[in-house]
Write a protein that binds this ligand. Structure first.
Ligand code: G6P
Length: 482
């Protein structure tokens, strides 16, 4: 098999500095890393030779990258789970502007429809400087990929952080075959046009530098084509799903991402998960459990989810004392004020619910804002109801992991705006994520659902969730380049 380069902002591991100055390592979070980690680690005849190029996300990562030969963490003896990883030492200021100001505060907001438009976005001279850093950051990836790639290799460039890199790489290495994959939704044209015209154009042209542009669902692929139709000089063919621009043709494809059921079940059988499950069960007794697991992320809609739980307890007092909501929201993107404020809003709303309904022997809500992966897996196992209510989401792997690990069969309350709804909506209770009352009623129906029906639906959800394991998802993207 030929060489495959993977490029993404976040790599499989990142580092922090402990108090004694030593580097501590942890697994990266989020759907992208979950999808790719197993693939990059697999070696052997059936697996391509993968090199994963990622950015240093902070000072500790930069230290680790500098201590490794040319940023190759695996060659320096760091435990990368078997993957060959090159971590790029991008200057802190450039990284901060590219990642926080452009990728996360602008592109993420555009694709997830997160702006409060009377106030933002606001593209001024600062935004231009931020954009230049985004260009420099993308160029750093393109340079590294161009240098590391064997002749004719395939490059799989991931996500909105790297939308310019495909074109930049093609300019440097026309011999390579390039795929770009978006893990997010794609904005509809009227919303995409919030971006300054030249920036919007560069983003589209950047992705169109790839031979293949992949999306998680039909809906996001078709929104991308809608945006390309507005691009001067581009020709969109809806039947062959191609975009021709400047003599180059990009095929657009849909590649759903699911979970590796076997690996997930194995991980969940480990001792740390079993212990946490026991502790959680002791804490909540035999009450029914409504579980959610997210990054503390604006698009995940955690505050409205809590408001729906509040409305459930207010409108259906029969559940008081008989149900507990476990909401695990691990910290995310704390450099951004919006995320810090959002976390405060989550904590405030949670406290209001506890103050209003809590009694001496019943805690209605357990909210935890810290990262504990084994505890999340334990919660999936115990869930009676899983709440996944994002405003908008590329796929949402929680909606897939939960049913796979659920022991008694959980009911899934799922936002119709999550990509996963395209595959799971028949057996989930689907909701409009903005409709708090509808969400509350869906929770009520889910709690009332007969055990047998819950278990049957859950089994079908688990089957759908594991139908497209990461290995297949990735292989499909690469095959689209042949
Ligand atoms: C989403 C994005 C990923 C990102 C992840 C975690 O899933 O599509 O690219 O890695 O969120 O976000 P973070 O900013 O912590 O990497």
């Amino acid at each position: 098999m030929s060489q495959v380069l993977v490029a993404s902002n976040r790599g499989p591991v990142s580092f922090s500095l402990s108090e004694d100055g030593a580097l501590a390592m942890r697994r990266g979070g989020g759907g992208l890393v979950s999808g790719l980690a197993g693939i990059a680690a697999a070696r052997g005849e059936a697996s391509p030779d993968v090199l994963w190029v990622c950015a240093s996300l902070g000072e500790a990562d930069r230290t680790a990258a500098r201590r490794s030969p040319d940023g190759r963490l695996d060659l320096a003896g760091y435990e990368t789970g078997g993957a060959a990883v090159r971590m790029l030492d991008i200057p802190a200021g450039t990284f901060h502007r590219a990642y926080n100001a452009v990728a996360n505060s602008t592109l993420w907001f555009v694709h997830h429809l997160l702006y409060d438009t009377p106030r933002s976005p606001h593209f001024d001279a600062h935004a231009r400087r931020d954009w230049q850093s985004y260009e420099a950051y993308n160029a750093a990836f393109a340079d590294a990929l161009a240098r590391d790639a064997a002749p004719g290799a395939k490059a799989a460039i991931q996500d909105y952080h790297l939308s310019l890199a495909p074109r930049m790489l093609r300019e440097r290495r026309p011999d390579l075959r390039i795929v770009h994959f978006s893990h997010t939704p794609w904005a509809p044209p009227d919303y995409f046009r919030l971006l300054p015209d030249d920036i919007g154009t560069q983003i589209l042209l950047g992705i169109l530098g790839a031979d293949h542009a992949g999306f998680l669902t039909e809906r996001w692929a078709s929104a991308f084509l809608d945006c390309c139709e507005l691009l001067p000089g581009a020709r969109v063919d809806r039947v062959s799903r191609t975009v021709s621009c400047g003599g180059h043709v990009t095929r657009v494809g849909v590649h759903g991402l699911g979970v590796d059921g076997t690996a997930l079940r194995q991980r969940a059988a480990e001792q740390d998960v079993v212990e946490r499950a026991r502790a959680l069960r002791e804490q909540v007794g035999d009450r029914q459990l409504i579980v959610r697991v997210d990054r503390t992320e604006l698009s995940k809609n955690i505050v409205r989810g809590l408001a729906a739980y509040r409305e459930l307890l207010a409108n259906h007092p029969e559940w008081r004392g008989r149900v507990v909501h476990l909401a695990f929201a691990y910290p995310s993107r704390y450099d951004l004020r919006e995320y810090r404020e959002y976390t405060e809003a989550v904590e405030r709303t949670a406290k209001q619910i506890t103050d209003e309904f809590g009694t001496a022997d019943w805690d209605p809500l357990i909210v935890q804002v810290n990262d504990d992966y084994p505890r999340s897996l334990a919660a999936y196992g115990l869930a009676d109801v899983l709440l996944v209510n994002p405003i908008r989401d590329g796929m949402n792997l929680v909606a897939k992991e939960g049913p796979v690990l659920s022991e008694r069969g959980c009911a899934l309350v799922l936002s119709r705006e999550a990509g996963a709804a395209a595959e799971l909506s028949e057996d989930a209770l689907t909701i409009n994520p903005y409709d708090v009352s509808q969400t509350a009623e869906a929770l009520h129906r889910a709690l009332l659902m007969p055990r047998a029906e819950r278990a049957e639906r859950c089994a079908r959800l688990a089957a759908a969730a594991t139908a497209l394991p990461p290995r297949r998802w990735f292989a499909d993207q690469l095959a689209a380049l042949d």
